[in-house]
Design a protein around this ligand. Structure first.
Ligand code: PAF
Length: 283
């Protein structure tokens, strides 16, 4: 991959990277389309597909993460992807089996709350693998989905702090008709759970409406959190992990929520953990 990427660089060909863990859906394909728009017809779009073990905690869904390589290949071909990069564990983490892989990339501020608090080693795994992908694919642009709002912020920060010579693009979340954000993990949901999973979006819209009605004064985060929690609680299969209101740039929690604040939440629906987020601006 790196040899090919260096050749493209020498030839003046722009490269756009879409990092994924596979089991592709329309959300991923929208990232591919965004990468193509950025690099143009002469550029190369690379999709990496790697279920990165270091971003899964003990007891998380690494071993059962959904996989369908032949379908992913077909979808990439149909979407005009130039290269599907499928690194092995041995290539990405040499020596890890023997316990002598020892270099990680850690972002120390934006990664602390929310997903970082619920999944303490998650972002260390994400920043490490994304840095490695940047070094292997040498892209001019890399495209990530807005569903993982905190991940996108952490990656932007890492890119800035480590001087990676590329532009990070964050593309909008693609949703099902009931508002459920597309995610490979939606495949875990039973029909009953799937029918209740739209509640994440419902909770985001409820909060946005409340912020809109509060006008310039805004309203206390604690009060909004109670309303979100009650909304989630109305679905028997759904259990709120966290909901947070914060500044979209710094990710610092806000005690008073106003237009321009951002909201993120994680909810377990049955045994599936889903996340979503929304701006508290009316849009
Ligand atoms: O968002 C994902 O699918 C993963 O976290 C990523 C960015 C591909 C890193 O493994």
């Amino acid at each position: 991959m790196q040899r090919q990427a260096r050749q493209w660089r020498r030839d003046g060909v722009a490269v756009g990277l879409v990092p994924t863990m596979g089991y592709l859906h329309a959300g991923h394909l929208s990232l591919v389309a965004r990468a193509r728009r950025s690099v143009g017809a002469r550029g190369k779009v690379v999709v990496s597909l790697y279920v990165n073990p270091t971003q899964f905690g003990p007891g998380e869904d690494l071993s059962r993460y959904p996989r369908d390589l032949s379908r992913d290949r077909t979808l990439c071909r149909e979407a005009g992807v130039d290269a599907l990069f499928l690194p092995t564990d041995a290539a990405m983490y040499p020596g890890r089996e023997q316990g002598d892989y020892s270099t990680f990339v850690v972002e120390e501020a934006l990664s602390q709350g929310m997903e970082g608090a619920s999944r303490p080693t998650h972002f260390r795994g994400v920043t490490t693998i994304v840095a490695k992908l940047f070094n292997l694919v040498l892209p001019e642009v890399a495209v990530f989905g807005a569903k993982d709002f905190q991940q996108a912020a952490v990656i932007r920060r890492m890119t800035r702090d480590l001087n990676f010579p590329l532009r990070v693009i964050v593309a909008p979340t693609i949703r099902e008709p009931d508002g459920l954000a597309l995610s490979s993990r939606n495949a875990y949901l039973s029909p009953e759970e799937r029918a209740q999973a739209g509640v994440l979006r419902e909770a985001c819209l409820l909060a946005r409406q409340a912020v809109k009605e509060a006008g310039d004064a805004g309203l206390p985060a604690a009060q909004l959190k109670r309303r979100v929690s009650a909304c989630i609680g109305r679905k028997p299969a759904a259990h709120l992990d966290y909901v947070e209101f914060f500044d979209p740039e710094t990710l610092r929690p806000r005690r008073r929520v106003e237009r321009g604040s951002h909201m993120a939440l994680a909810v377990r629906v049955g045994s599936t953990r889903l996340i979503d987020n929304a701006s508290m601006n009316e849009d």
